[in-house]
Design a protein around this ligand. Sequence first.
Ligand code: FES
Length: 311
Amino acid sequence: MTGALRVVARCQVADDVLAVTLADPHGDRLPPWTPGAHLDLLLPTGLVRQYSLCGDRWDGHHYRIAVLRVIDGRGGSAWIHDHLREGDVLPFGGPRNHFPMAPSTRYLFVAGGIGITPLLPMIDQAVRSERPWRLLYGGRRRTSMAFLDRLEALGGQVEVAAQDEVGVPDVAAWLGAPDPGATVYGCGPAGLLDATAAACAQWRPQALRTERFVAEVQDRAEDHPFTVVLRRSGTRLRIDPGTSVLDGLRDAGVAVLTSCRQGTCGTCEVAVLDGLPDHRDSVLDAVDREAGDSMMVCVSRARTDSLTLDL
Ligand code: FES
């Protein structure tokens, strides 16, 4: 964990969405961050949860997050909604950014529900840098869609698609023909991101960058056993099909910070010193995967017989 943050404000910004403003307990400046970054918050229940930073990155004294109450989740969001109060202090890690904004001539943003949160600072950045941008923002109904007022004040570049008014948005039609000067950023439910990926199939490589809340379905039929070597201790672990690297590390008494355990949050990232990872996460982009120098040990496996980790 990086330090601690005090809750200085909380307010409802949509149905089941709570915005929380955090500051250093002593009023000091906070670590800087870039659009797409998130915080790890350690809740008193022992859960570590990730929340995208959605406030003003140039405000060095405050972080802002927005938390959707997840009805069938593991209790992190419900605890924040029901128990977190102004004045409370929480340990935090980060900010970390697995969803960075790359320079582009134009930006197209596709958000679904609470997926608007990492895109808000990106839109602010596009406005500041005077880059053309458009946003397609889908949600179940307008009252469930956070920050609509802030977005609609930006003008006609925002298309709001509330399902109870217009049905499921046609992402392909909204995106149009491949645009070699545009980069598409998507965050939201799997169905929306899958539709966005399909619509971008003919676009240039790396034109689409997404952040997922739910892991992509993995084919495990080809899983094979491999060995993990821990560089610092020299320990060797056999990882069988049906067992994760994380399981092996835990069985060997090696602690690794985790949260989602499904490859979507990036908390369990470990440096790879030798061998080729078989990336199964939804965090690393194609460039990171090609580099092969880190992996999410909760889901990723090995393409080689052995992997050496910096543990
Ligand atoms: S614990 Fe979230 S990616 Fe591994």
